[in-house]
Design a protein around this ligand. Structure first.
Ligand code: ATP
Length: 303
């Protein structure tokens, strides 16, 4: 029986891996709109992350050279700090995250991590050091255990549990009928937006990347989920270099620096309070968001 079981089990594993690889590619393509490849330089070394400082230096880029999207973008996310990028739709915010992952090469300027040009290191080491927490997480149709453990293949059950505790999702999981073996995703137990995100956060904690990229959902979330997500972001980004791509403005209040991007240029930068006081583009974006959100949100005490 064992002889029969082993090949069957093997095919089960292969099937499962292929299925997951496809789901993974699908969600990555969806998430980051990958449609071109860049090549490693021969003999490129691995990226050595020390503190995790991210620096864009005079970055220019266009998907089509005749249509520039980023027109000289410079900013630094110091190690352990949080920088948020806001701006109108089409300004180039997600393009910045795609360039950080090096799905495209810049046409001018440089992207540096701890002083190393990302074009000079292997893509594998670059992507291993970046953790992405999308705010509209897509989970695999598999167990909640698998969904977390995926962050670091080979992690022990104790490590998976520790990550879940840190993401404040362990108690919730233990209260499910099948605990960590509960199937989630489209064909399993439906989780709320905030719960799904906590699973993704646990996965990212397990991966333990030096740099975090938070990609805010484009669609509106209800106020409760939005608050939960804000709290999640605050916790997971503590002490980690974090870049927030904010399609709305809900997660930027605590950022160490906010960059306002418009038509591929940074037109304002500062903290939430400073930018409101300046009564410029950021203050106008903020006012517009307050008007369009259901019911007035209290504006938090600033600085
Ligand atoms: P939003 O807040 O609406 O998501 P964004 O600021 O993130 O907008 P980007 O996704 O960076 O904007 O897009 C900037 C510009 O680049 C847009 O005009 C878009 O049409 C264009 N663009 C984005 N992805 C591609 C692509 N893969 N190929 C060609 N053009 C693209």
């Amino acid at each position: 029986l064992l002889q029969l079981y082993q090949p069957l089990n093997f095919f089960g594993v292969v099937y499962r891996e292929i299925k997951q690889a496809l789901t993974d590619i699908e969600s990555m393509v969806k998430l980051l709109s990958v449609d071109r490849e860049v090549a490693d330089r021969p003999g490129a070394p691995a990226l050595a992350v020390t503190g995790g400082e991210v620096r864009f230096e005079g970055v220019e880029f266009g998907y089509d050279p005749r249509r520039p999207i980023l027109k000289g973008v410079s900013f630094t996310v110091p190690a352990g700090k949080t920088v948020a990028i806001v701006g109108p739709s089409g300004a180039g915010k997600s393009t910045i995250s795609r360039l950080l992952f090096r799905f495209y090469d810049v046409s001018k300027g440089r992207v540096l991590i701890d002083g190393q040009d990302i074009r000079a290191v292997t893509q594998e080491s670059l992507r291993a050091s970046l953790g992405i927490v999308p705010q509209d997480t897509v989970l695999f149709n598999d167990t909640v255990y698998y969904n977390i453990a995926y962050g670091r293949p080979g992690a022990s059950p104790a490590e998976v549990e520790r990550a879940a505790r840190l993401a404040h999702i362990h108690d919730f999981i233990m209260a499910l009928p099948d605990g960590y073996e509960t199937t989630v995703g489209e064909r399993g137990l439906k989780l709320s937006g905030g719960e799904k995100q906590r699973v993704a956060i646990a996965r990212t904690i397990l991966k333990n990347p030096g740099i975090l990229l938070f990609d805010e959902a484009t669609s509106a979330l209800d106020t409760h989920t939005e608050r939960e997500i804000q709290a999640n972001l605050r916790e997971v980004s503590r002490g980690r270099t974090t870049l927030v791509i904010a399609h709305r403005l809900s997660t930027v209040i605590d950022a160490d620096e906010i960059l306002v991007l418009e038509a591929g240029r940074v037109i304002e930068r500062g903290r939430h309070g400073e930018l409101l006081a300046r009564a410029g583009a950021y203050a106008a974006l903020w006012a517009r968001q307050q008007e369009s959100s259901q019911g007035p949100e209290p504006v938090p005490e600033v600085l």
